[in-house]
Design a protein around this ligand. Structure first.
Ligand code: HEM
Length: 485
């Protein structure tokens, strides 16, 4: 970060410079040093972009350019005559990294390859601490440009949030969530075991089971983003417990799709058939950019009635759809083992009913109530624009794409728990490493930046968002009927 940028950030937020800020500043300043000391050659990368490479440059010998982050050492520069012809380059803060041997091992999964040949600084910062670059050596440099002021503004805000503890987890808060989850399960168990009143058995008790699934789903989301203990492997297993054991959907399957969804929200690619996996269903085309993926008589018919089927499909079959989707594709034995524990805890509940017919009725009523969760998640994106993969981090800057692809749901603070904090979907997508208990206070700062840059910060009431989704689906259905291409 440049000094100007730093000062601007400090004056805007009245904040002290911390080691974190200095580290980030060092990152950008040192990259400037690389440019100054080693006049670069221009190399054409394998992705057809212009790379300012180090090949043939004469480094100032005694220098280690970056003491803190080990970015470029003179010895390494000497041996790095040219960038491999098959290099897979990702640009971060002005430095190119060759990830060709790393893609398959990347802890964040294959989403990394969608950013090859691009300046991925914003998306990189959204998901990582700078320390993950400590042992990586760049193979060249490039000049970052901030064509879109949003990129700079949200990067500054990221630093502000980091310096002010917005990314820190409150583990007492998360413990409370687990106690709540356990209490819900226990009360549903006690109701179904000891109460014979049909009203309680078929309204309040199923509502309890719905809440158990819904809250477990939100906790899966938190932990798969490593918001809990902030130790990634441990959080992933806790997330799998919440997702697979409690919610009944494969946690790891969901995490794989969710990472892609975050990196490339509401995005498609016509060359390789890419679609944001969590913004696409075979039975709907909520945006005209999805039309080319839908053909055939049945799909055409379903799209023509999608504004009628959206709510009932979510309510009546949403839960079964996501459970089946996850285990249709899941090949990890441990996920199947965890799923059998899920059915064991469901069996313990259902066994309290005197007949299987009653048990199935109870389970089905809970499942229809759980349709609310699916609607909650889809309305955050469904009426928003779609993008093409080739444009992300090129034509459309990543932060801008996130703001354009998300809607917040306006609720009073005491309803945040019911939305799993995802009523602040803009906040979550801009800064996915931030735990949800901080979204409400972070939102003020984000709104301020949006206001300053004249960016629409879309927030709607729950019913308004549902109505707008249906309206948009109706419009798209009409467009599809006119021209399905
Ligand atoms: C040189 C480039 C990159 C390197 C060296 C790298 C490295 C890593 C490492 C070490 C982790 C694990 C972090 C931890 O344990 O705390 C990680 C996680 C992750 N990375 Fe990358 N990464 C790179 C680029 C990218 C890009 C371009 C994306 C695009 C979306 C990406 C997405 C992710 C995601 C989603 C995670 C998991 C984070 C989470 O679920 O919260 N990475 N990466």
């Amino acid at each position: 970060m440049s000094n100007g940028l730093k000062n601007h950030c400090r004056s805007q937020f009245g904040n002290q410079v911390t080691s974190e800020e200095r580290e980030s500043a060092a990152n950008d300043n040192n990259l400037t040093n690389i440019h100054k000391r080693y006049p670069s050659n221009i190399v054409q990368s394998s992705e057809g972009i212009i790379l300012q490479g180090n090949g043939g440059a004469t480094p100032n010998d005694e220098t280690k350019v970056d003491q803190n982050q080990n970015i470029v050492k003179s010895q390494e520069l000497k041996s790095n005559k040219a960038v491999d012809s098959d290099a897979k380059l990702i640009g971060i803060a002005g430095a190119w990294y060759d990830v060709k041997h790393f893609i398959a091992k990347h802890p964040g999964g294959p989403i990394i390859k969608e950013f090859i040949g691009k300046d991925a600084t914003s998306v990189f910062r959204a998901f990582h601490d700078n320390s993950v670059l400590k042992h990586r050596r760049p193979v060249g440099t490039y000049q970052r440009s901030f064509a879109d002021p949003a990129t700079k503004a949200f990067a500054e805000l990221h630093i502000f949030f980091k310096n002010n503890g917005f990314f820190e987890s409150n583990q007492v808060w998360f413990t409370g969530k687990f106690v709540f989850l356990f209490c819900i399960y226990l009360s549903v168990y006690l109701m179904t075991k000891y109460i014979e009143n049909w009203f309680i058995l078929y309204t309040i008790a199923p509502f309890g089971l719905f809440l158990f699934w819904q809250q477990a789903g939100f906790l899966m989301h938190d932990f798969m983003h490593s918001h809990g203990t902030q130790v990634r492997n441990l959080d992933t297993w806790i997330g799998a417990f919440c997702g697979t054991v409690c919610f009944g959907v494969s946690g790891h399957w969901w995490q794989d799709d969710h990472r892609v969804h975050h990196g490339m929200t509401n995005t498609v690619d016509y060359e390789d058939g890419f679609m944001d996996p969590q913004a696409h269903e075979d039975v709907w085309a909520q945006n005209y950019k999805l039309f080319p993926f839908h053909s055939g008589k049945i799909q055409k018919f379903l799209i023509s009635i999608q504004h009628f089927t959206f709510l009932p499909a979510n309510i009546f079959i949403g839960r079964f759809g996501i459970m089946l989707d996850s285990f249709k594709e899941e090949r990890r034995w441990f996920e199947w083992a965890l799923w059998s524990i899920h059915w064991l805890i469901m069996y313990i509940l259902l066994n309290n009913f005197s007949t299987w017919g009653e048990a199935i009725l109870f389970y089905y009523i809970s499942s229809t109530m759980e349709g609310i969760l699916h609607i909650q998640l889809l309305i955050s994106h469904y009426s928003k624009p779609f993008h093409e993969k080739k444009d992300i981090c090129q034509e459309t800057e990543w932060y801008r794409m996130q703001i354009e692809s998300n809607i917040n749901i306006v609720t009073p603070w005491w309803m945040d728990w019911f939305h799993g904090g995802l009523n602040f979907h803009i906040e979550h997508h801009l800064y996915p490493m931030m735990p949800r208990h901080n979204y409400r206070s972070a939102s003020k700062h984000i709104q301020e930046v949006c206001k300053r840059l004249n960016i629409v910060y879309d927030e709607e009431g729950w019913f308004e968002a549902v109505a707008n989704t249906l309206k948009s689906m109706k419009k798209m259905s009409h467009h599809y009927t006119l021209d399905p291409r």
